[in-house]
Design a binder for this molecule. Structure first.
Ligand code: FMN
Ligand code: EPS
Length: 376
């Protein structure tokens, strides 16, 4: 399904080599200004082109058809389209009958009975993450006005690692500086090592995977809920919608499995103003599916780009038997770099969706200082 959200319904449509890709967002709060220049900056971070990315050239200029009045949301569904301008469909003639290893070609062929759009990966292409960034960019602007900021960086590419973000909150200047680099890492040095990994993979007609760490600050305490309402589960669901994501972990994540409770537990404490907070953030800002008020932090693993230049083993659907495939076309030597704004976008959409949840306590219900404990 290409629709996400419980309160904010986001539907992505189009195919990589169709006339356009686009998005409809239903449930956007009214009265929210959309800054087109700010949105364009987010889309530019994801757009194809440049030395470390696919050579497909797309303007990625969204045309907002409805939902705005003088640049302000009016409560009606918002639809934006982005024209596809540089599809080279002949590159996909061979892989149409020789499914690419690790791409969606073969399972899609079975699921859609051969009627799927194979050009550029069709609906499975990361091209659909462009409209996702339109929706996520609008959500980021709505959240930023409420002091909620979403920021991701490349944590690793191949063997090149960046330092993790400070789980208690990252320096604003460091976060701003990441966007000036060709790879959104927290230092020039890490960005250079990562770029070298991508370049080496490209030269070897190969690709390379990596990890992206994402942080949300300024969240209220108690966003989310139990079981399937959990903010971590809701984020994981949308993050897994991003093509190429193979894993997500919150806070200490898989490392928590090797810890004792005494090492993992974040002590509750009081800040200077006497408010409850935590002295550490191994939880990644979420406990019981609800935000703790500390930064929400998760890391995702992204696989190496499936379409590589080397000859690969596959099958021939035309002739039967096995075959060798040599993929043509313009592909990212690493998807990690361009996935950063996409992961920010889906995170912002999920956080805004959760903020629009009905409150668990009505505003006129008195709040108790202590939890009610029944007698007996
Ligand atoms: C930003 C971004 C760019 C991508 N670029 C490419 C690409 O150029 N070539 C390719 O084969 N896959 C690319 N992918 C990954 C595929 O779309 C993805 O691996 C494929 O749809 C199969 O889905 P899965 O990896 O989630 O199983 C990209 C993914 C992202 C997020
Ligand atoms: C076009 C984009 O990336 C594309 C994502 C992609 C894939 O398989 O995911 C494969 C390539 O498609 P094509 O062969 O049509 O150039 C990338 O260029 C984009 O992100 O805007």
């Amino acid at each position: 399904m290409s629709t996400i959200g419980r309160n904010l319904h986001v539907s992505v449509f189009g195919q990589s080599h169709a006339a356009a890709v686009g998005v409809t967002i239903d449930g956007l709060p009214a009265g929210e200004a959309v800054d087109a220049a700010e949105l364009a900056r987010l889309l530019a971070r994801r757009a194809p082109g440049g030395k470390l990315a696919t050579q497909r050239r797309e303007a990625d200029e969204p045309e907002i058809l409805c939902g705005l009045l003088d640049g302000v949301t009016c409560g009606a569904p918002l639809t934006a389209v982005i024209r596809n301008g540089d599809a080279k469909s002949r590159d996909y003639r061979e892989s149409a009958e020789k499914p690419r290893p690790s791409h969606a070609d073969w399972p899609a062929h079975v699921r859609y009975g051969g009627w799927q759009d194979v050009r550029g990966g069709g609906v499975f292409s990361a091209r659909l993450t462009a409209p996702l960034c339109v929706a996520g960019g609008i959500a980021m602007q709505i959240l930023a006005r409420r002091g909620i900021l979403v920021a991701a960086h490349v944590r690793s590419i191949g063997a090149a690692e960046d330092r993790p973000m400070n789980p208690m909150g990252e320096d604003d200047a460091v976060l701003a500086a990441r966007l000036t680099r060709p790879v959104a890492a927290l230092s020039d040095e890490a960005a250079e090592r990562m770029a070298a990994e991508v370049e080496a993979a490209r030269k070897a007609a190969d690709s390379v995977g990596g990890t992206v760490e994402c942080m949300v600050t300024g969240l209220p305490v108690g966003l989310g809920g139990p079981l399937f309402d959990g903010i971590d589960g809701r984020i994981a669901y949308t993050v897994f919608g991003v093509p190429g994501v193979k894993g997500v972990e919150f806070g200490a994540g898989f490392e928590a499995a090797r810890m004792r409770g005494s090492e993992m537990n974040d002590p509750w404490c009081r800040d200077e103003a006497g408010a409850v907070t935590a002295a550490a953030n191994r939880a990644g800002g979420v406990v019981g599916g609800m935000t703790t008020g500390l930064p929400l932090i998760f890391t995702c693993a992204l696989k190496p780009t499936p379409s590589i230049g080397q000859p690969q083993r596959t099958v021939s659907l035309a002739e039967g038997g096995e075959a060798e495939l040599r993929i043509r076309g313009r592909h990212d030597p690493s998807i990690v770099i361009r996935a950063v704004p996409v992961l920010e976008a889906v995170t912002a959409l999920t956080v805004l969706d959760a903020l629009l949840d009905a409150p668990a306590v009505l505003p006129d219900t008195p709040r108790r200082d202590l939890p009610r404990v029944p007698e007996g």
